[in-house]
Design a protein around this ligand. Structure first.
Ligand SMILES: NC(=O)C1=CN([C@@H]2O[C@H](COP(=O)(O)OP(=O)(O)OC[C@H]3O[C@@H](n4cnc5c(N)ncnc54)[C@H](O)[C@@H]3O)[C@@H](O)[C@H]2O)C=CC1
Ligand SMILES: O=C(O)CCC(=O)C(=O)O
Length: 425
């Protein structure tokens, strides 16, 4: 089941607001500011696909490439009815900041198809994905723009894209191109651990915040919005910290149990229940609109953007919001959380574990290597900890919240690249 993101504030407006706040503080070079205020390339494709019943439907797909000063564009593809040019712009721009803050040799891109994937069979989704890839043509490529999974896209989706892209290359060099996408199934060039990387990174971020604030995670109650790739794996790793999951909301409904919900048992249930949490027997249904006001210590939004707004930020009980999703708190919501002293671990840091692991997958494919799960998790944890230190030290230096600090770190790295290249002094 699909529901809409709050339409109140456009996501691109939100990202621009955050950008301008940080750019003002560091007095960002006016030339660099102009460049980063706009996207480099915006691709919209319309492509026909024959459905199972023999009719033809024309779909609309997007790929926005925001900036590539630090390397190829990188970022996911989303299949959702809310995908449009505004969402793709915002999500691509967030990717530029995310890859920069993480110290990766990438820029930012994002895209997807405006579609409710629940309405199509697997065979139709395969044809839709292959036609989309064909329509994108050379606008993607392993050294140019490298997609990855996002909402409602999976390792299977990535495998179809890689296969289609490779099949359009000349026969003697097809296998060179498997890193045109990351997040592939392990058997098709994917990385051990990419599946859990984003959720794992969210929990490393929460642990780092806890260490910095002398806060003990064990026994703390948390609620989770979204029980897909990011949400499930975040709950898996929160369980290992001894934190107690008391509420979950997804597109199908909200559930609550003050004694705790076992993430693994909930996961098994969703696997049998069309990926939906509604109806889980180990918890009671809870009104969807009141979910964020549940009693808890930590809130992890890991679903869609613009979920925490002026309409509900006042009622949040958590003292920490860890942004697993991209853009889950809009600008009004952010101001309210700040005024109430609620800490936020910002998306461009908090969910960067996914793209960091994607970078490892890209390196693995590029160098013809096979990395072990242990190696991946160790390297990922190290990188997440290093980024946290960077973000925290900037917050201390400029006396800002973590979001503004993360933006400052990201912008300074890009500004430095432009200045050192001598293009825009
Ligand atoms: N998959 C990844 O590696 C990364 C994902 N993200 C972000 O994390 C968020 C979640 O992505 P995934 O877990 O990959 O997607 P997913 O497709 O695996 O799961 C999405 C979840 O959100 C729920 N959901 C959708 N609309 C909702 C609504 N209106 N209210 C409540 N729940 C709703 C769905 O029911 C599902 O549980 C997105 O914002 C995505 O951009 C960020 C970094 C990396
Ligand atoms: O793994 C990637 O390349 C990007 C994942 C993504 O779309 C995101 O971090 O929002």
């Amino acid at each position: 089941m699909i529901t809409k993101e709050s339409p109140k504030m456009g996501m691109y407006e939100n990202v621009q607001h955050q950008f301008n706040k940080a750019a003002d503080i560091i007095n960002l070079s006016p030339a660099v500011r102009k460049i980063l205020s706009i996207t480099n390339t915006e691709i919209v494709v319309h492509f026909p696909v024959k459905l199972d019943n023999g009719t033809v439907q024309v779909f609309t797909g997007y790929r926005v490439q925001h900036n590539n000063a630090l390397g190829p564009y990188k970022g996911g593809l989303r299949y959702h009815p809310t995908v449009d040019i505004d969402a793709a712009r915002a999500l691509a721009t967030w990717m530029t900041w995310k890859t920069s803050l993480a110290g990766l040799p990438y820029g930012g891109g994002k895209g997807g198809i405006q579609i409710d994937p629940n309405l199509y069979s697997d065979a139709e989704l395969e044809r839709i994905t292959r036609r989309f890839t064909f329509a994108l043509g050379d606008n993607i490529g392993p050294e140019h723009d490298i997609p990855a999974p996002d909402v409602n896209t999976t390792p299977q989706t990535m495998a179809w894209i890689a296969d289609t892209f490779m099949s359009t290359r000349s026969t003697n060099e097809r296998t060179k191109y498997s890193h045109v996408v990351t997040g592939k199934p392990v058997g098709a060039g994917g990385l051990e651990g990419r599946d859990r990387a984003t959720g794992f990174g969210v929990v490393v971020g929460i642990q780092e915040w806890a260490n910095h604030n002398n806060y003990e995670l064990s026994g703390k109650k948390y609620i989770l919005q979204g029980f897909g790739n990011v949400g499930y794996w975040a709950s898996h790793f929160m369980r290992a910290k001894g934190a107690v999951l008391v509420g979950v909301q997804d597109a199908s409904g909200s559930i609550y149990n003050s004694d705790g919900i076992d993430p693994e048992s909930l996961f098994e249930f969703t696997e049998r229940n069309n990926k939906c949490v509604a109806g889980y027997p180990g918890a009671s249904p809870y009104p969807q609109a009141d979910f964020f006001s549940l009693d808890c210590d930590i809130l992890i939004p890991a679903a869609m953007g613009n979920q925490i707004t002026a309409g509900n930020a006042h009622s949040i009980k958590a003292l920490l919001v860890a942004e697993g999703a991209n853009g889950p708190v809009d600008s009004d919501g952010s101001e309210i959380l700040e005024s109430r002293g609620i800490a936020v671990i910002p998306d461009i840091y908090c969910n960067s574990g996914g793209v960091i692991a994607s970078y490892f997958e890209w390196l693995q494919n590029r160098n013809g290597e096979l990395w072990s799960l242990e190696e991946v998790m160790e390297k990922l944890e190290k990188k997440m900890k290093k980024s946290y230190e960077t973000m925290q030290s900037i917050a201390n230096k400029y006396n800002t919240d973590l979001r503004t600090a993360a933006y400052i770190g990201a912008l300074q790295r890009i500004e430095q690249a432009y200045i050192q290249r001598g293009i825009f002094p």
